[in-house]
Design a protein around this ligand. Structure first.
Ligand code: CA
Ligand code: CA
Length: 119
């Protein structure tokens, strides 16, 4: 049985490490995300890893990630939702907010959310 927490963890790892790293095995990704080796990734660790990844994804060091730099980590729709100032790029704060949101929320929208979106 997959607990909600491990599901969120798997998702967080997929978000943070991307398809290439995830394919090489979740173990190394977990190790990367879990510096204190307690077998869990808390939000602080996820954010730290996300901040490291942000720096790696930002080759021009302008402090923001555009669609190209995100390399498919977020869909256009997700980017739009994660971009409150609508400048088409994510700052580190905006990016970390996405990580936090994905970390704390179940990946599948609840019925209520679907219903709210429709109306
Ligand atoms: Ca950039
Ligand atoms: Ca922005």
């Amino acid at each position: 049985m997959i607990s909600r927490r491990s599901l969120a963890l798997t998702l967080a790892m997929a978000v943070l490490s991307g398809p290439a790293l995830a394919a090489t095995g979740g173990r190394s990704a977990l190790k990367m995300l879990d510096p204190d080796n307690d077998g869990t990734v808390d939000l602080a660790e996820a954010k730290k890893a996300a901040a490291d990844l942000f720096a790696k994804l930002d080759p021009d060091h302008d402090g923001t990630l555009d669609v190209r730099e995100l390399r498919g980590r977020l869909t256009a729709k997700e980017l739009k939702m994660a971009d409150p100032d609508h400048d088409g790029t994510l700052t580190l704060d905006e990016y970390l907010a996405v990580v936090e949101q994905r970390f704390s929320r179940p990946p599948i929208p609840t019925m209520t959310e679907r219903w709210m979106r429709r109306s």
